[in-house]
Design a protein. Structure first.
Length: 453
């Protein structure tokens, strides 16, 4: 049933990027890549776009020129409640008054550990860090130490696990990684038990662990049985199984897919979304495995697991604890999933109205809906995708092809997105006839993982 709005939202049309252009002209002289995350780089956005964000509030952000945007990616999915979410900020302010880092552990570390582990009944111990790559690499090291094996297995068709050598060496961006290190990683096809089984047959007694995301947004309920099958294969081959919940954590379920499907993972890695944008990540695991990273087993060879000066800063832990409490108190997950469903319905109707189903595909997910943009030959096209990004940004929506619902998103926000999306599809449809080049200013975006600049 089509959604009817009494009055379409009034769009903000943006054309001034002068301060952003000045920022772009200088930032690459100061910071390699111009940003500290490659997916935030200038080559990931159209020329007509904000170069940097000055601040955010709720589900909106502002750029250097004072332009306001509806935020779709929410800090690369780290902001699950909303920018500058007041209950989190208030708790952080209070904690800042007490100091953030000490010579001995902060007493808050016990509260944080107990709070998070109460969400993951499969696991008995936890280790804190500041970014996802740290904890995924820690999990890999732990598996190697526990099993005495060298090889790590992960899907070749997964976008990102870590900036460390064990993963990056298997991408197009392998420059700087020794061949000897690259050879210690082996790959299989995502969620394909036969592919993983072949890997264990090829490297018997050599694979220390398998690491994978528990699900992707396009998967159905059958994914649970597939992942359970992968876990059985890993355990049958003497390897540990690591769930990477960086993306799925606090999105697919509370806290994630490990509890949603009751998965018997040996370890899990967490980060995005669990502290509403603050730098807090975690590795959880079964006690008998995690204990070898401790100091209580006198006489045993030490495993130097994770040792980060800033990993347990009090304000970030307090942000995580408050985020957990807000999820519990307000049933945040139900709201976010509701927004995701509403978003998928309303956007699919716009695609249907424009008769563009052969060229614009929407993956209708309740926790991470995303679009695929194709050219007139029905092939996935970076040029047409970039054009869509440009047109959405022009209409006040900071868009990279996905929508990550947060607690601050409202139906009005989704309706605003839909109106901007509908107008942008008008441009898209014309471009299918005369080429995106006639409509796109600048060059198409480029893949993050590419061999050459």
């Amino acid at each position: 049933m089509a959604q009817e709005f009494s009055e379409p939202p009034k769009l903000r049309y943006i054309s001034n990027f002068s301060a952003s252009d000045d920022y772009r002209a200088h930032i690459h002289d100061l910071i390699p890549g111009g940003a500290h995350t490659y997916s935030k780089g200038d080559d990931q956005f159209p020329q007509l776009s904000p170069a940097a964000i000055t601040h955010g509030r709720g589900a909106h952000v502002w750029d250097l020129d004072g332009n306001m945007y509806l935020d779709c990616s929410m800090g690369l999915s780290t902001v699950s409640l909303g920018h500058a979410y007041q209950p989190v900020l208030e708790s952080v302010r209070n904690e800042l008054e007490r100091g953030v880092n000490f010579q001995r552990p902060a007493s808050l570390e016990r509260e944080m550990a107990e709070a998070f582990l109460s969400l993951v009944p499969q696991h008995g111990m936890i280790k804190f860090a500041k970014n996802g790559s740290t904890v995924t690499t820690a999990a890999v090291k732990m598996a190697r130490a526990y099993t005495g094996r060298k090889l790590v297995a992960f899907p070749y068709d997964h976008p990102f696990y870590s900036y460390d050598d064990w993963f990056i060496g298997k991408t197009e961006c392998s420059r700087g990684v020794p061949e000897e290190i690259i050879g210690l990683s082996v790959t299989f096809k995502s969620y394909d038990p036969a592919s993983l089984r072949q890997l264990f047959e090829k490297y018997p007694g050599q694979i220390a662990c398998v690491i994978t995301e528990p699900e992707k947004s396009e998967h159905t309920s059958e994914i649970a049985e597939l992942v359970k099958h992968l876990i059985d294969i890993a355990h049958g081959g003497g390897a540990l199984f690591i769930l990477d919940e960086m993306v799925t954590g606090f999105k697919t379920d509370f806290p994630g897919s490990i509890t949603k499907y009751a998965l018997d993972a040996d370890m899990a890695t967490w980060g995005k979304g669990i502290a509403n944008g603050f730098a807090f990540c975690a590795l959880t695991g079964k006690r008998e495995i995690m204990e070898i990273g401790g100091i209580r087993n006198a006489g045993a060879e030490k495993v130097f697991l994770v040792s980060t000066t800033h990993g347990a800063e009090t304000h970030a832990m307090r942000a995580a604890i408050t985020t957990i409490n807000e999820f519990r108190r307000n049933d945040v997950l139900a709201h976010n999933h509701g927004m995701g469903k509403w978003f998928s319905n309303i956007c699919q109707e716009a695609i249907d109205r424009h008769d563009l189903n052969d060229f614009v595909t929407l993956n209708r997910s309740e926790w991470l809906p995303y679009f695929i943009f194709k050219n007139s030959d029905k092939h996935i096209s970076s040029g047409y995708r970039t054009l869509m990004l440009q047109e959405m940004i022009r209409r006040g929506v900071l868009f990279q092809g996905i929508f990550i619902p947060c607690y601050s998103h409202t139906k009005n926000d989704v309706e605003y997105f839909s109106s901007a999306f509908s107008e942008s599809l008008d441009v898209y449809k014309r471009a299918l006839s005369d080429g995106y080049e006639k409509h796109l200013i600048g060059e198409p975006t480029k893949p993050v993982f590419r061999k050459y600049l």
